[in-house]
Design a protein around this ligand. Structure first.
Ligand SMILES: [Zn+2]
Ligand SMILES: [Zn+2]
Length: 262
């Protein structure tokens, strides 16, 4: 199977975003006080929406938004400086809504913000999501010791994102890894991560011509997919980076009619 092409500009933008997020994370780590109380959590739901207090201080999020917006403007000359002015003017209540809406992946909220402020439709949500990620990385690290207790069907047990990436070896499990919050968790290898389908022959594997170390696992029942990489090979890379490098597989999967939108 042949994979699609990903534009150089898109890749550069994403690499720059990852670098900016690293810097933001170093800065916020020291300033976030977050205590995860195991007894208060339902292990069948993702952690993030269950936290009583959102672990994202407004001034830190505001700063992260501006840092991300600057990187975006540097990389994409079509985005105007108006974006920065608009972001600078966000009031407390608006920032609360931005945080809530980015956690919940509320596309409509950001679309109406774009219309109201005459910004390109995709920009506010993109900036919000990219600014949110370093905070999610911190939450994920705080959950490392308890995350294996969670059994959440079809989403990341930390942030609630649908899974799309797994690492495999000879063992019986696959290690799922979340490009949004960098949480790793185990699941049975021979079951669909989206719907739990584990009957024989219902999961099929498609190989790529260019790289035999990556596979697409597709489920005949829910028609969703998962990208699989070799556990050993990509050990040191972040999930976000592997996700980016395997982006052509998403195109293949979607072309074949698999994915959330089907
Ligand atoms: Zn996640
Ligand atoms: Zn399935």
């Amino acid at each position: 199977m042949e994979s699609g092409i990903v534009s150089e500009d898109y890749l550069t933008l994403q690499y720059e975003m990852m670098e900016a997020q690293q810097k933001i994370k170093v800065n916020i780590e020291k300033n976030i006080e977050l205590e995860i109380i195991e007894e208060e959590l339902n292990f069948e739901k993702p952690v993030l929406p269950q936290l009583k207090q959102v672990p994202i201080p407004l001034p830190l999020f505001h700063e992260a938004l501006l840092q991300i917006a600057h990187v975006l403007i540097e990389q994409n000359t079509l985005i105007e400086n108006k974006l920065i002015d608009t972001l600078k003017q966000l009031k407390k209540e608006e920032l609360v809504n931005w945080i809530k809406s980015s956690i919940m992946f509320d596309t409509e909220f950001f679309q109406s913000f774009s219309v109201k402020n005459d910004l390109e439709a995709w920009v506010p949500h993109f900036v919000a999501e990219q600014a949110l990620r370093p905070f999610l990385h911190v939450v994920s690290e705080k959950c490392t010791t308890i995350i294996h207790k969670f059994d959440v069907m079809g989403t990341c047990p930390c942030c609630g994102e649908p899974p799309r990436l797994g690492k495999v070896d000879e063992g019986e499990n696959k290690l799922l890894t979340c490009p949004r919050c960098e949480t790793d968790w185990n699941q049975k290898k021979n079951a669909c991560v989206h719907c739990g389908e584990d009957r024989e022959g219902m999961l099929i594997y498609l190989g790529m011509e260019e790289d035999d170390s990556i596979l697409l696992e597709v489920c005949k029942t829910c028609r969703n997919y998962l990208k699989l990489v070799e556990k050993e090979k990509d050990k040191k890379k972040s999930a976000a980076l592997i996700d980016l490098e395997t982006l052509p597989l998403d195109f293949v999967a979607q072309e074949e009619g698999y994915g959330d939108s089907n």
